[in-house]
Design a protein around this ligand. Structure first.
Ligand SMILES: [Zn+2]
Length: 171
């Protein structure tokens, strides 16, 4: 079965690669470290090429209040509308191909949190990027890391959840 993918993700092709330049990887994980142990969030932009997608820049949302734990959206509908609105706005204004939402997991856990899953379930389709800050004085040492999760329950009863492994490339 071929699943048509659109919007923020890249391609359904099995050999599709996700790339992030080393400098961008360092910047985004550094931001997460600076705000540790608070959770930060923002947008990550990427360009679609033939058989790969390459991240080009990111922005961090201004934090209205500092959260150390996941909090569920106060209004699910507003959350969804705001996501769609922002993605369209970035695509139009910045001319970017792909817009991802990202947030940090200060704990170092690369897996989706229960609240992340609830959000994706509500949206029914989307990508969530998890940014893990490096925490050198933790045992074992927590290393900077970035991973994506693709979620789709539009065409199947059981949601498809795929891990997106990003390759760090030196420019
Ligand atoms: Zn999360």
């Amino acid at each position: 079965m071929t699943i048509k993918r659109d919007g923020e993700d890249m391609s359904g092709a099995k050999d599709f690669r996700y790339l992030i330049p080393e400098s961008l990887f360092k910047e985004i994980t550094q931001k997460a470290s600076e705000e540790y142990p608070n959770i930060i969030h923002g947008w990550l932009f990427a360009e679609r090429k033939e058989n790969f997608g390459i991240c080009t820049k990111f922005i961090k949302n201004p934090d209205l209040r500092k959260n150390k734990v996941h909090v569920k959206p106060r209004s699910w509908m507003r959350y969804k509308k705001s996501k769609i609105y922002n993605m369209r706005k970035f695509k139009a204004e910045l001319g970017v191909d792909i817009v991802y939402m990202w947030h940090s997991h200060p704990s170092g856990n690369e897996k989706l949190h229960a609240i992340d899953k609830r959000i994706l379930k509500y949206l029914s389709n989307g990508v969530m990027i998890i940014v893990i800050p490096s925490v050198p004085n933790k045992t074992p040492e927590q290393k900077a890391h970035l991973v994506g999760w693709y979620y789709d329950k539009r065409y199947t009863k059981k949601p498809i959840i795929e891990k997106m492994v990003f390759e760090i490339i030196s420019e």
